[in-house]
Design a protein around this ligand. Structure first.
Ligand SMILES: Nc1ncnc2c1ncn2[C@@H]1O[C@H](COP(=O)(O)OP(=O)(O)O)[C@@H](O)[C@H]1O
Ligand SMILES: [Mg+2]
Length: 221
């Protein structure tokens, strides 16, 4: 399965989401590779430091993405691809190969409207591929008091996107994580709430992954 973290805006939390998703899958015992498709290469560097056992590859041009993602998907159960903050041809290539596309987005109407460019590409990919990939908006960097507003639901619905029920809160621990060469669930009690929301988000986005793990745990315990 190829999960792409897209959104042509920079600084919305794509790399943070991608590194944590790869780490979560790895820690559930799944085979996963992180494909860093941003020329800045920040997520592969962070992932290698935080999770040396998670393989990373850099694919930062559209041809490499189109050519190599399918091979990676045959080799690994999950490919988590971290998208770039600008290059639209790279984003387009990712959406042409993705099974699931996550769009982290700050919780403001202006940000949601800025997603229209990314979702136009999503529509094209879905049109070409018979409905795939599914697109889900993940609200990112929201205030602790934030509740999903009707406005955001309406904005997501207008773009024909699902909206994840769990949002990622604005927290200093997320900003500190790369510097500490860690993902939040390696950062102790101060990161407990962050770890909890990330796990809740991933379990809801990929419910089958969680279910498939249960028999294993019982067998091990
Ligand atoms: N939920 C969050 N709360 C606080 N800071 C965050 C959060 N998510 C990301 N950051 C920080 O914001 C910056 C941009 O995040 P990043 O994941 O690199 O976004 P993108 O990959 O979309 O450019 C980074 O410094 C990151 O550590
Ligand atoms: Mg990034």
């Amino acid at each position: 399965m190829i999960v792409v973290v897209a959104n042509s805006k920079g600084g919305v939390g794509k790399s943070t989401l991608a590194v944590h998703l790869a780490a979560w899958l790895h820690e559930l015992g799944r085979s996963v590779v992180l494909a860093d498709c941003d020329t800045q290469a920040s997520s592969s560097e962070w992932s290698r430091e935080a999770m040396p056992d998670v393989p990373t590859v850099r694919l930062d041009d559209p041809d490499a993405i189109l050519d190599e993602l399918p091979a990676l998907a045959r080799e690994y159960e999950f490919v988590v691809a971290d998208g770039p903050g600008s290059n639209t041809e790279t984003s387009r290539a990712l959406l042409l190969r993705a099974d699931l596309a996550l769009f982290p987005c700050k919780a403001s109407l202006l940000e949601a409207r800025a997603l229209a460019q990314a979702t136009a590409q999503l529509r094209q990919a879905q049109d070409i591929r018979g409905g795939v990939p599914e697109g889900v908006v993940v609200l990112s960097m929201v205030g602790k008091q934030y509740r999903l507003t009707r406005d955001m639901r309406t904005a997501a619905a207008a773009l024909q996107l699902k909206l994840a029920d769990t949002a990622i809160t604005l927290r200093q621990v997320y900003a500190d994580a790369p510097g500490q060469r860690a993902v939040v669930w390696h950062m102790g009690t101060r990161a407990r709430d962050a770890a909890q929301e990330m796990r809740a988000l991933f379990a809801a986005l990929l419910p089958d992954v969680r279910r498939a793990q249960k028999p294993k745990r019982r067998a091990a315990g």
